[in-house]
Structure formats: C-alpha cells, structure tokens
Write a protein that binds this ligand. Structure first.
Ligand SMILES: C[S@@+](CC[C@H](N)C(=O)[O-])C[C@H]1O[C@@H](n2cnc3c(N)ncnc32)[C@H](O)[C@@H]1O
Length: 251
C-alpha cells in the first residue's frame, strides 16, 4: 500500500535523480513559473505535458494556489506516485502520441498555458507536429507553450551547439564534484524492489511510455512544428548551455 508520505519520499528521490542530469533544474522550474505568473491571471488553467510524478505541477500550485493544473503522463507508476503525493492536482493518463489526447483532457475552457520539463524529447520528430497541432486546439489565442528541455542546434549553429554542450557539462561537473546522485536506471531499479509499488510497477508493462524520441532533439524541429501548428512568436526565455526554456505564443 503506497502512503502519501512514502510517495513524497519517492518523488524527493526522483527530484535528486533528475537533478543529476540538470543541476539547474530548480532554477528552470522557477523561470518557467515566473512566465506563467507573468500571464497576469491569478487562476490560470495550465496543462503539464509529460508531468511524471508532478514535480513541476506541484511547484506551480504552490506559487499560484488558484491555478488549475491538469497533469498528463502515460506512465502508471509515475502517475500513481503523483496521485498519492498531491491530491490537489488532477492527473490524467494519456499518451501524447495518440490522436485525440487533447480532447480527452475534459477542459471546461481553453488553457492559458501548456508547460513541460524534460519530457518532449520523448516524442519523435514525426509525432511532434501532430502533438503541437492538437495542443493548439486546447490553448487560447495568446496562450503559451513553455518547454524546458535539452535542445540542440547542430543543424544551424554547430559551433555554438558544441559550446552549449560544453557549458552544460562543465556546470554538471562542478555541481557534482563531490559525487553524482543516483541515475535514472538506479532509481527505477530501486522502485522495482519496493513491494509497496509492485502493483503500479506491473501496470507499466502494459501502459508505460517507451522512449521513442531523441536524446538530442533539434531546436529547429520544435520551432518548425510550432510554427506549422499556428504558434507565432517563438523564442528562448531562459538558457543554461543546451538546456533551454522554449516559449511559443499561440496565434
Ligand atoms: C524525464 S520524465 C520528466 C517528468 C517531469 N516533467 C519532471 O520534470 O520531473 C519524462 C516524462 O515524460 C513522460 N512521457 C514520455 N512520453 C510520453 C507520451 N508519449 N505521453 C505522455 N507522457 C510521456 C514519461 O512517462 C515521463 O514521465
């Protein structure tokens, strides 16, 4: 039986694990939520794409208590942790690659923003345009897409792309000079060994989201797909090396 406290502990461990891949993860969350706040609504409707156990969603409602956050993921175990830890949030089990996902969110009004962290590189270049096109149908005109993820520019500015990776690697080495936190595989191995998570873990075998995207997605793939989906202004709001907070405004 998964308790609220145990779920919180697993999520705290998830956060440490994720920080091992981006030591500025909290700063990126803060910048993203600053942008949501700057929309100027105390009660924005926000969709969290690939929310995992809800780390970003939880920080959003902590800063903006009147916000409604709909947190979407396809992994039953991560959703189960989020539901046990954050009863205030609404978690929805959906695969962003399956057409119709946006209509299944059951929103009662167009969303003010869609946010995402370290998740959309799981969506392949061929699925990305369809995903953004569906997203545009549930965002209000002027609504924002805010995506914090590693994105590369080798196709347009290869020297800068190499330097961006170098900046990220140096920052990571400095941040973890005293030792790295556990990695993705170690976290999942530990989850598999916890009897309290056995039921949720077994559900993963049928519904878990496999990684179909790219470890190094191109920024240009996102920009092209967003433009084609009707987003107008597209640019970077925050950046550390190749880790960017990409913002796009729905036209
Ligand atoms: C590295 S985790 C990041 C989770 C969370 N956003 C965070 O920052 O902690 C990537 C997440 O994307 C989700 N994901 C990947 N592909 C997906 C898809 N096609 N549909 C829904 N969620 C997906 C995974 O299940 C996983 O929870």
């Amino acid at each position: 039986m998964l308790t609220h406290d145990a779920a919180r502990e697993w999520i705290a461990r998830w956060d440490r694990q994720q920080e091992g891949y981006m030591s500025d993860r909290e700063e990126r969350f803060t910048a993203l939520i600053d942008a949501v706040e700057a929309i100027g609504r105390s009660d924005p409707l926000v969709i969290d794409l690939g929310c995992g156990p809800g780390s970003l969603s939880a920080r959003l409602v902590e800063r903006l208590p009147e916000a409604t956050v709909v947190s979407v993921d396809a992994d039953p175990l991560l959703l189960g942790l989020g539901r046990a830890a954050y009863p205030r949030l609404r978690f929805v089990s959906l695969d962003l690659r399956v057409p119709g996902w946006a209509g299944s969110l059951g929103l009662d009004r167009p969303a003010d923003a869609a946010v995402s962290t370290t998740a959309l590189h799981w969506i392949s270049d061929s699925d990305l345009p369809k995903m953004y096109a569906e997203l545009a149908t549930v965002l209000r005109p002027g609504g924002l897409l805010l995506n914090g993820d590693h994105t590369e520019t080798d196709d347009t500015t290869p020297v800068l792309a190499r330097l961006e990776r170098a900046v990220h690697e140096r920052a990571t080495e400095r941040a973890f000079a005293g030792g790295r936190p556990e990695n993705w595989h170690q976290w999942w191995d530990a989850v598999a060994a916890d009897p309290a998570l056995a039921e949720l873990a077994s559900a993963r075998t049928t519904a878990g989201a496999d990684h179909h995207g790219s470890e190094s997605p191109l920024l240009s793939s996102h920009v092209t797909a967003l433009r084609d989906a009707g987003f107008t202004e597209i640019g970077t709001l925050w950046q550390r090396g190749d880790d960017r907070l990409l913002c796009a405004v729905r036209g």
